[in-house]
Design a protein. Sequence first.
Length: 327
Amino acid sequence: MARQNLFIGIDLGGTKISTALVDAAGRIIGRDYCQTQAAEGRRAVVERMVDAARRVMDEADLAPAQVTAVGVGSPGPIDSRTGVVTTPPNLPGWKNVPLKQLIEEALGITTFLENDANAAALGEHRFGAGQGVQNMIYVTASTGIGGGLILNGQLYSGTTGAAGEIGHITVLPWGPYCGCGNRGCLEALASGTAIAREGRELVRRGVPTLIAELAAGDPELVTARLVAEAADKGDIEAQEILAEAMTYLGVGMASLVNLFNPELIVIGGGLTKMGERLFGPVRRAIERRAFPPAARAVRVVPAALGDDVGVLGAVAAAIAQMAAGPP
Ligand SMILES: [Zn+2]
């Protein structure tokens, strides 16, 4: 096998680090998983990332010189131009960490950094559901809501790299508080966290639902998954919570359709396991609210890369930044 154009993708998460050796076509040649153990501090975490990269190289019998580049997807906010992780909320103690430089120095391989949501958008665009598409919106819907914008075939990252924060579009000005400090963000209305909050509220108020039954009456045990389970078993209240949350998601998407006139919206993340309960309300909201020519032009599809989106996105980010040349 020709050992050409090989990349290492590292997906740095709050709980685990996934690493893969990947070829330029997105085929995964080797993998490694380890715990982040963020509480041990940033130096230990960076060391674990470097060790993981060395393990996938060792297993494939590769020297660093045979690897074209390393891509790292990190929780935001980051500065992709300087390769610095600014202040990620789920990596305590990480303030202005020059991650690109640290990994580059340890491995001796050119390294690129991108925030995980943008990296995932690039991954789906290069290797997944968005191949060949010029204008695409990527949305991840799980405990939070994130996203990335591919415009004219390239990642649009804005003036300071903060573009694509789809989860923090205000859709209900005096709605529930969001983790970002604002109120009524899409994330505060349509995320797994928002669904769990609504379910918990019903249990607290003593509304007789299957949600309460499944949680044995304890509001703290209510999760989005539990609400979805109750909905699948026919619970009307649970079905309404999901329909409302996913309609909000669609309301947000309808605005994006009017703004960007995309060809494709790719939705990934844990909530997509709900299938039509997610895609139905989103498609209907776009049909009802967006300008008809733009609404007709867009397809809303599930993400294609599954759990590999992190590592493949990191590689896609490295390839995109290499192509863009030095800043
Ligand atoms: Zn917010």
